[in-house]
Write a protein that binds this ligand. Structure first.
Ligand SMILES: Cc1cc2nc3c(=O)[nH]c(=O)nc-3n(C[C@H](O)[C@H](O)[C@H](O)COP(=O)(O)OP(=O)(O)OC[C@H]3O[C@@H](n4cnc5c(N)ncnc54)[C@H](O)[C@@H]3O)c2cc1C
Length: 486
C-alpha cells in the first residue's frame, strides 16, 4: 500500500477520478447536507478530498518548494519525484561546499542585475518575497550555520554541501513529504475531473505508473522532459544554451602562464557579427590562466552575459584584456620610462616595475613577446618596446576559439519564458494549478550563489502559492462536514 493514496496504477486512476468529482459536487449541494455518511466513509472521503501536490524534480527548487507548501498546508499530500538522486547538484555544487547564496547583493534590484536572463523581470516582487537574507535565515533556523566569504559567496561553515542536503531532506521528511527517487515523470495531462495525471516511468525496468495531483510543480532544471511537460500545456521554450564556461584561447604561448592569477583585470568581450556594446560585456575582477585558455570570475561572467551570442557565433570572439585597469595607459608608459631611467644598470629580468602588481613570470612573458633578452640592461631597451609593453598590458587582444569545460558551476540559459509565468505565484499563465521554479525557467545567474538563490526564491513562492491554495480549498469540505455534524 503506497504512502500516498492518490498514487494509483493507470486503470485505478481512471476509476477513481469520477467519484472524486461526484462526491465534491454532492458535498456542495443543499440536499447532500442532510446525507450522513458513516465515519469510515467520511474518513475515506476526507482522505480523497485532501489536495495533492506532485513536484517533478527534487533539486533545490523542488525540495524547497515542497517544504514550504507542506509547512503552510500540513494536510496537503506532497510527493516529490526525482529521476536521479535528490539534491544531486547541491551535493556537487561549489566544489562540494555549496555556494548557497550571495551575501553582498541583498537589495532586490541590485541582486537582479546578476541575472543575464531575468535581470529585468526579477527586479520586482520576486526577490523581495524571499531574498538571500531570507534564505540565510531559513538555513540558520534549520541548523545550518553559514558564513559569507570576502567576495560575497555564502557557504555552510562546515564547507560541506552535505550539511545543506541533509538539512533539506530531513526537514522534508519531518514534515511528511514523500520522496521518490529513481523515477521520472514523462508527461502531465489534465483529466476530465480537472486533476493532473502524471505518467511516471523507471528507465531501468519496464515500469509505468500514473499519479493524480491537484497541483503540479515543474522543477526539473534543464532537463528536456521538463520542457516537454511545459510545451504539453501550451508553453514555448527558449532554446537552452550553456552559460558559465571558460574560454578556449588560440594562443599556445599562453600555456607558459598557466596557473597565473590576475587579481583584477578588465576584460571586454567582442563578438564579430554582433553590433552589441552592452555594458555587461565588459567585466572587471579576477582572471586565471589555464593551460588551454582563460578562466576565473571575469571570464565566467562574460560567458554568462554573452552566452546566447557566443553560441550563435560558435564560440568565436575576441577578448580585450586590460591587466592594470586602475592605471591609465599614459601613466603606464611614464612608469616604464621612469623605471628605465632609475634602473638603467639593472637587468630587465631582475628588476620590474612593482607598480603594476604583476608576478615575475608575467613580466618575463611580456619581454618574450617583444623578443627582448632578459639579460639586457634597462638602459638598452628601445622606447618603442616599452610603448609596446604598455599596450600589451592595457589592451591585450585574445582570440576566443571555443568553450571550455568548467566543472564547478555550469548553468543553462533558456527554458520557459518568464512572460508565461506569474512571478508573484510562479503559476503558469497557460494552465491553472501548474507551477514552475528554478532553472527550468529562462533565468540564469552569474557565479556567486545566484543560481541557487533563483531556485530558493522560485521554490518558496511556488510553495507558498500552492500551500495557500490547498489550505483555502480544504476549508470548503470541512465547512460542509461541520454543517453535517450540526
Ligand atoms: C557542478 C555544478 C556546480 C554548481 N555550483 C553552484 C553553486 O555553488 N552555487 C549556485 O548558486 N549554483 C551552482 N550551480 C548551479 C545550480 O546547481 C543550479 O542552478 C540549481 O541546481 C538549479 O536548481 P533546480 O532545482 O532548478 O534544478 P536542478 O538542481 O537541476 O534539479 C532538477 C532535478 O530534477 C530532476 N528531474 C529532471 N527531469 C525530471 C523528470 N522528468 N522527472 C523527475 N525528475 C526530473 C533532476 O534529476 C534533478 O535532480 C552549479 C551547477 C553545477 C552543474
Amino acid at each position: 500500500m503506497p504512502h500516498w493514496p492518490w498514487l494509483q496504477p493507470a486503470a485505478a486512476t481512471a476509476r477513481r477520478a469520477t467519484p472524486f468529482v461526484l462526491r465534491r459536487n454532492k458535498c456542495f449541494s443543499p440536499a447532500s447536507v442532510c446525507a450522513s455518511p458513516s465515519i469510515h466513509d467520511r474518513a475515506q472521503e476526507e482522505e480523497e478530498e485532501r489536495k495533492s501536490l506532485v513536484v517533478v524534480g527534487g533539486g533545490a527548487a523542488g525540495v524547497y518548494a515542497s517544504i514550504r507548501a507542506k509547512t503552510l498546508a500540513p494536510h496537503l499530500n506532497v510527493l516529490v519525484i526525482d529521476k536521479g538522486k535528490f539534491l544531486s547538484k547541491v551535493k556537487i555544487s561549489g566544489g562540494g561546499r555549496c555556494n548557497v547564496t550571495n551575501g553582498h547583493h541583498l537589495e532586490p534590484s541590485g541582486l537582479a542585475r546578476n541575472y543575464p536572463r531575468g535581470h529585468k523581470e526579477l527586479r520586482g516582487s520576486f526577490f523581495s518575497t524571499h531574498g538571500p537574507q531570507d534564505t540565510m535565515h531559513w538555513f540558520s533556523d534549520h541548523g545550518v550555520e553559514l558564513k559569507t566569504e570576502d567576495d560575497g559567496r555564502v557557504f555552510p561553515v562546515t564547507d560541506n554541501s552535505a550539511s545543506v542536503v541533509d538539512c533539506l531532506l530531513n526537514e522534508a521528511r519531518r514534515l511528511g513529504v514523500s520522496l521518490q527517487a529513481g523515477k521520472s515523470v514523462s508527461s502531465a495531462s489534465v483529466s476530465d475531473s480537472g486533476k493532473f495525471v502524471l505518467k511516471v516511468e523507471k528507465r531501468t525496468v519496464d515500469f509505468v505508473d500514473y499519479v493524480n495531483a491537484n497541483y503540479v510543480l515543474v522543477a526539473t532544471g534543464s532537463s528536456q522532459q521538463g520542457y516537454s511537460i511545459a510545451t504539453q500545456h501550451g508553453h514555448s521554450i527558449i532554446a537552452p544554451v550553456p552559460s558559465l564556461f571558460t574560454f578556449k584561447i588560440a594562443d599556445k604561448r599562453l600555456s607558459d602562464l598557466s596557473g597565473v592569477t590576475f587579481t583584477r583585470v578588465k576584460a571586454k568581450l567582442m563578438l564579430d557579427g554582433i553590433q552589441k556594446s552592452a555594458p555587461e560585456l565588459t567585466q572587471t575582477g579576477p582572471m586565471l590562466v589555464t593551460h588551454w585558455g582563460l578562466s576565473g570570475p571575469v571570464v565566467l561572467r562574460l560567458s554568462a552575459w554573452g552566452a546566447r551570442e557566443l553560441y550563435q557565433e560558435k564560440y568565436q570572439a575576441k577578448l580585450m584584456v586590460d591587466f592594470i585597469p586602475d592605471i591609465h595607459i599614459e601613466d603606464v608608459k611614464r612608469i616604464l620610462f621612469q623605471h628605465k631611467d632609475q634602473h638603467a644598470k639593472n637587468k630587465v629580468n631582475n628588476s620590474f616595475p612593482t607598480e603594476f602588481g604583476m608576478v615575475k613570470r608575467f613580466w618575463r612573458f611580456l619581454l618574450e613577446q617583444e623578443s627582448l633578452d632578459g639579460d639586457m640592461h634597462w638602459a638598452t631597451i628601445p622606447k618603442n618596446h616599452l610603448n609596446a609593453i604598455a599596450l600589451q598590458l592595457k589592451q591585450w587582444m585574445f582570440e576566443v576559439v571555443g568553450k571550455g569545460q568548467f566543472k564547478d558551476e555550469f548553468v543553462t540559459a533558456g527554458g520557459v519564458p518568464l512572460s508565461e509565468i506569474s512571478l508573484n505565484t510562479m503559476e503558469s499563465k497557460k494552465q491553472p494549478n501548474l507551477f514552475f521554479a528554478g532553472e527550468v525557467l529562462n533565468v540564469d545567474g552569474v557565479t556567486g550563489g545566484f543560481n541557487f538563490q533563483n531556485a530558493w526564491t522560485g521554490g518558496y513562492i511556488a510553495g507558498t502559492s500552492i500551500g495557500t491554495l490547498a489550505s483555502s480549498s480544504n476549508l470548503r469540505p470541512q465547512a460542509c462536514l461541520q454543517l453535517e455534524a450540526s
